[in-house]
Design a protein around this ligand. Structure first.
Ligand SMILES: [Zn+2]
Length: 266
């Protein structure tokens, strides 16, 4: 074997691992809102014709391309979202390995991103962030502080309090002022979970980055929908998830740049 190939091999395994996990994430997105357990059914079925999907038609991304996006049995079209989730999962696994090396931090952050992908699509589909994901996520994040060199147990615990508690206060205040629920309790629990993984600094960064992306998207979507006379509800979960992913890869750099800028004066 050529020596140049050897360093690449672990990354190919990481990509394959991410693609396979992505396939499982699709099942989670589909099953968790129904109250089902993602592991309960051993084989996948076509949602249209209920035909069992053979293993060779269930290979992440590749099968979608081979089948040109159609079920082999009934030719019903398969949502492009399935291969996109698989691809995103694979690319994020690769990005974590490249960015953090073959470390516990890489694994922890990848699994967190995978969870955020599930939350994003469930929130887009159903406007909910399931407790079954975020509530166990809080103690898992606290436990992960033992694996993350830059996060102490104390920072993790304070992160939960600030992420969950701080936003809960904002959401209550919003309710008092507007008599309308602006941010759901699902978002509050998600921020509690992110606080556990990130600490205070990271969870505040996530809220700001999420609000920034959310405002930008809102400015585009709200006028479009108002003209159609629809009462638009934009789920906030996907924006918080985007903010969290930005923090994982670029947070330290952006905070450093911001502080450098702030110190230099305006
Ligand atoms: Zn079918």
């Amino acid at each position: 074997m050529s020596t140049a190939l050897v360093p690449v091999l672990p990354y190919i395994f990481v990509l394959a691992f991410g693609l396979i996990v992505g396939s499982f994430l699709n099942v989670c997105i589909f099953r968790i809102p129904e109250g089902g357990i993602p592991f309960s059914e051993p084989r996948s079925h076509c949602p249209q014709c209920n035909a069992q999907i053979a293993w060779y038609d269930n290979i992440p991304v590749a099968s979608y391309i081979v089948l040109t996006g159609k079920c082999r049995a009934c030719k019903a079209s398969i949502s492009i979202r399935y291969p996109l989730v698989e691809l995103a999962s694979g690319m994020f696994a690769l990005a974590c390995a490249v960015n953090f090396g073959f470390t516990w931090a890489a694994l922890v952050y990848y699994l967190l991103i995978a969870t955020l992908l599930v939350i994003t699509f469930i929130d887009l589909d159903h406007m909910i962030i399931p407790n079954i994901i975020t509530l166990p996520g809080i103690p898992i994040g606290i436990a992960a502080s033992f694996l993350l060199p830059e996060l102490s147990l104390a920072q993790s615990l304070i992160g939960v309090a600030v992420g969950g508690g701080g936003l809960f206060a904002v959401s209550e205040l919003f309710y008092l002022l507007r008599k309308k629920e602006g941010m759901g309790m699902g978002d509050v629990k998600l921020l509690g979970m992110l606080g556990a993984f990130f600490g205070v600094k990271g969870v505040l960064f996530t809220i700001m980055a999420g609000a920034f992306v959310g405002t930008f998207v809102g400015l585009i979507l709200i006028p479009l929908n108002r003209s159609k006379g629809l009462d638009l509800r934009i789920p906030f979960g996907p924006f918080l998830a985007s903010g969290a992913i930005v923090y994982i890869f670029w947070g330290e750099f952006l905070i450093y740049k911001y502080l450098e800028y702030a110190r230099g004066g305006f």
